[in-house]
Every structure is written in structure tokens, then in C-alpha cells.
Design a protein. Sequence first.
Length: 464
Amino acid sequence: MEVDVDILTEYVRMNFDRNDVKIDETTITSIDKFSDLIPDKEYEKIDQRVPNRSNDKWNALLDCYYEPRKRTTEGILNGYNIVIKDCLAVKGLEMTCGTTKLDYVPTFDAAIVDHLLESGANLIGKSNMDPFAFGPTGEFSEFGPVQNPNYAQSVSGGSSSGSAAAVAAGLADIAIGTDTGGSIRVPAACCGLVGIKPSHGLVSRHGFVEMAPTSDTIGPITKDVETGAKVMDVITKTGSNVKKQNYASNLEMKDEIRVAIPIEFMNRMRETGKEKIKELEKLPKIDMSLISLDIEKIRLAYPQIISNEFVQMYKNDFVNRVSKRHYELEWKKSLENITLPVHVIERIISSIYLEEQSFGESYIASRKEALMFEKEISKIFERYDIIITPTLPKLPPKPNEYEDSQLTVTDVLGNTGPFSLVGNPAISIPWAEIKSKPLGIQLVASFGNDLKALKAAKYLLDNR
């Protein structure tokens, strides 16, 4: 059956904005897929969790070792202090996924944690996060919001909020985050850091409570590209068939780079921000062009795909039906029948409602839109090396602005989400400050060309 892609426009007409709809029992039971999500009791929210580190003033950390865990003094990350986002398994430390409703302590390490320990890293502990990786501002963890150490007038960004704040505050040199629609890049941009989303599948997701498997990615947040490249050398040891490269030793950009800037990604940015980004063309090795790239439908496709995949993961107790990894049976008992936080339900209810009303066609239409977007950017990469956009459509919101105003998810994730749907590598780097707020820019390369994105990121930071 041919699906009308314009069904996505119904998302605008039918969208239940979180500021307009009260999520209550009546609303939830009106949708079949939510009949089993109704809370049977109220959970007390913990305003502030006290980790085992007294110098965390920003609520960046959750469960930590009393002394850093270390396996070896050899390796390229020897001496680096590292924290891990709390949706990744770390042996002996509680894993919460940002919710007080999950009570689980893994007996194993995620693959990425094992690689980091083998490289000489000092493992401090777990970092705070928005529940089940549903950001986008870092204010929704049930252990309390994460503050921004570098820019107090801006949110920390989410959902890898604690990861970014830990690096910004100097509590860690490296933080591991996850990115499904911008959850590494957005907090990096909000805190003035480097956030790297690798090509989808390049990094093993073993030991990760997945949100949306077709877009989920694990990567580092650091203060500079060089450190991020070292982490990439370590964490790409096991992954899919994506070609792996030597990153840290090949960062010098020798040739001119052709940069495409889609004007549609800058429509919501202030004129000052646009001018700052256009200053790229002054750099000697940058051949910059403004291009057109339609993004309205792919922005609408993003919540449909992510929300529906998350619900399927939830209904299967976060056990991937395709892989059925052995360790997932360990956490299944802790995750089965878990009540979702209201913030998560608010994020997904509009998309699930449309999916019900369209008898599944909205997800199919969204997938088709993602395929068309992938073909469109593939054509762009035939002519250009890198696509550059602002990381956020606007400057980072102030604390509580997202909840108190009519800001939407698209106002925060609208520039990052589209590239997650097609799996491209993307890096956010700090580029400028505007009225004491950070302006991050996003560099996107073609699928599998992570090294090209890293080279360009280093060049721009070295010459800004």
C-alpha cells in the first residue's frame, strides 16, 4: 500500500503540545498503547541526590566509586578521569536511567566501559541524565536538574546533561554520553564543549539501555577534539561493519575543505549568530557555500520514529527482540512493568496518538521521509565534504524557560535530530559567545567519514 508522506503534516494539526495538555489517567487510557503505563502509585521526586563526591555543585554525578576504578597504567587514556552516562552498565554501580523508579546494579561492564578501562582510564562513576534519555534540556532527571558550570544563564542541555556538566566543571576529563537526536551534541553546545556523535553502529551498544535502536549512538564529550579523537580510537574497537580509522594520529587537515551551510537550518537563529557562522568563509582552507535543504518534514518525522521505537523497547522490557543479548535478561526483571516518568509520556504521547489514528502509517511515512532525506544529503556530499549548521536552532534556553514558555522539542533538537535519523557522524564544537550565551556549530560528514569530521572540527577550533 502506498503511504501518503503528507500524513506527517497531521502531526502539526493533531499535536498535543506538552504545555496545552494535562497528562492524566483519562488521557492515557484513551490510547491503547498506554493502557499499561498508568501509575499505580505516586513516586516522591528526589530534588538532589548526593553522590560520593562532595565537590559536585552542579548535580552532574550519580553513583560513584569511593576511589576511581583503574585496570591498567598502560594505554592512551592513562591518567584521564572518565564518567559514564547512567544508561550504560558499570559493574557495581547503580544504573537508574535518570529515574527513581529503577533499582538495578549491573554485574558486568558495557563493552565501551571495558575498552576505556583497558586503555588506562580512571573510572569515577555515573553521570546524571534526563529520564530514559528524553531531554532536551537537562532539567528532568528525577534526581534533580543539572546546572551548567560554564554558563549559569543557560540550561546544561540533555539528555547527557551530567556528562557535559562533569567535563565543564572539571570533575572529569572525558564523559561518555549517548545520542539519539542530539543528546551528546546539544549539552556540549550548551556547556561550550566538544561533543562527538559517531556514525551509527561504529561504537558497540552492548550494555546500553536503548531508546530507539535505529538512531542510538554512544560517544564522548570533551574539552578538545584531540582528546575526543583518542576516545574514538578506544571505543571503536568493537562495532558494526562501519570502517574504522586511526583518529588521534591523523587530525591534521592538509587540503581545502568544501563546506555547505543549509540556510534553512539558520532560519531561527539571531542575525548575530548567522553572521558569526558566516565568518567561516574567512578561513583560508574553507570553501563555503550557502545551499538549500528542506528540513520541515524530516523534523516532523523525528518524534514519530523515536517515540514509536521507544514504546516498542518499553513493551519488551528494553530487551532488543532482534539481538536478545544475554545480559538483557539480567536487567529485564528490574525494567519490566516500570512506570514511565510523566515527562517521558508527555514527550511521546502526541506521536503515539497519531500512530494509533493512522493505523501505523505515520511511522511508515516517517521512515520514508528519512530515506528521502538520506538521499538528499548524499547528493550534497557528492559536492561538499562537510555540512555545517548551528547545533541548536536558537541559542540555549534559560533554566526553566522550556517548561515555562512555548518552546518545543524542535526548538532544541531541530538541527540535530534529522542527522541522527540517517546515521551520519556529527560533531558539535564551541564557536562563539553571543550576549554571554554559547553558540555551538555542528559539523556533519557523510556516513562512515568520522575522521573527516574530526579533522574539520580541529581545524576550525585551531583557527577561530
